[in-house]
Design a protein around this ligand. Structure first.
Ligand SMILES: Nc1ncnc2c1ncn2[C@@H]1O[C@H](COP(=O)(O)OP(=O)(O)OP(=O)(O)O)[C@@H](O)[C@H]1O
Ligand SMILES: [Mg+2]
Length: 325
């Protein structure tokens, strides 16, 4: 491995301010004596500007450099361009203050960081960049840091986490919330305990550098679902969702063992408006009743006939009905 150029004495260009207790938790969870030291990773989600990226990028580099020597790590963003802007450039301003020396190889999208006698490589990936999945496939990693993970394709994250085969490897995730059924919420946050991941939820006041005036400005910037997600940090439904009481846990079940007792056809008849037939299987009585939608016919006359054309007649609808699942 090439050594970083130590001749260049870089000065820290970043002014650190007081870290909040939550930021301190992000900075220290992996250290000896922490109850979470043997966890396999950390997730920090929540409000915008709440101090997630800053604390996690410092902690990730310190963990990597203190625990490993000669290892490879991945730092991932939505794109390499956004990653450089949001994470790498601020990080380079902080590294000298953390006693780290570094060398960036822009053309290779990687940087080498030295702390004392330890030298490690950090490769930059964009989850949405074409080719990033292919690039990450062959590499062996001791850790991955995903900034804004909810904006990346699930397949990329699965690929990257699977590369962490080095003993003691850890995963580091942060993001703002999306919808409640987003793959990251369901696969990682809801399963954080089972996956042995420390889960921390950030609100804006976890960033002690934001003044009351700035907090107020952000609070006034968003309304509706964006206020819920970006300010309150909740995994909230998009506006316009009709069945907001729908719950994956309560309303979705495996049909393998289901024995239907009755069949129903529900109809919302339309000519130009959408026409929907649902074939429903039901079992049970009273509160214990279960309905399963087995087959669906959907046709919008407006889509095919246009506003002055002829919609489908009943015979044509019957032909379009799916007789087999
Ligand atoms: N302890 C600190 N000292 C100095 N600046 C800080 C500190 N904590 C946070 N900041 C600054 O506050 C701003 C927001 O922090 P950060 O980018 O970490 O938030 P975030 O939660 O990742 O936000 P987003 O969800 O919008 O990406 C950044 O400009 C960051 O440098
Ligand atoms: Mg961030």
């Amino acid at each position: 491995m090439k050594q970083p150029n130590h001749q260049k004495k870089r000065k820290s260009t970043f002014r650190f301010r007081t870290f909040s207790p939550k930021q301190m938790k992000v900075m220290t969870w992996w250290r000896d004596g922490s109850p979470f030291a043997d966890y396999d990773g950390i997730i920090a989600d929540g409000a915008i500007r709440s101090g997630k990226t800053l604390s996690m990028s410092i902690s990730f580099v310190m963990w990597a450099c203190e625990r490993f020597n000669g290892a490879s790590f991945a730092i991932c963003g939505k794109t390499v361009t956004s990653l450089r802007r949001n994470v790498i450039t601020p990080l380079m301003g902080m590294l000298p203050a953390l006693s780290c020396q570094f060398e960036e190889k822009h053309s290779e999208s990687m940087m080498t960081i030295r702390l004392g006698q330890h030298v490690n490589d950090f490769y930059l990936f964009g989850g949405k960049d074409e080719g990033s999945q292919a690039l990450i496939q062959g590499i062996t990693l001791a850790g991955v840091f995903f900034d804004e993970v909810a904006l990346m394709p699930e397949s990329f994250v699965n690929q990257a986490t699977a590369r962490c085969s080095v003993e003691g490897a850890k995963w580091w995730f942060n993001c703002n919330p999306e919808g409640p059924f987003h793959w990251f919420k369901r696969q990682w946050i809801d399963r954080a305990d089972e996956r042995r991941l420390l889960y921390l939820h950030f609100v804006m006041t976890d960033n002690k550098t934001l003044s009351e005036r700035t907090l107020e400005k952000y609070r006034n910037m968003y309304t509706g679902v964006f206020a819920q997600r970006f300010i309150e940090g909740k995994w909230a439904f998009a506006d316009g969702v009709i069945y907001s009481m729908f719950s994956q846990e309560e309303h979705v079940a495996d049909t393998a063992d289901f024995v239907p007792e009755r069949e129903l056809i529900a109809v919302d008849y339309g000519t130009f408006n959408p026409c929907v037939f649902l074939h429903i299987l039901a079992a049970g009585k009273g509160d214990g009743i279960a309905h399963f939608i087995d087959r669906e016919y959907y046709h919008s006359g407006r889509d095919t006939a246009g506003s002055v054309g002829i919609p489908k007649d009943d015979g044509q609808r019957a032909e379009g009905y799916p007789h087999h699942r």
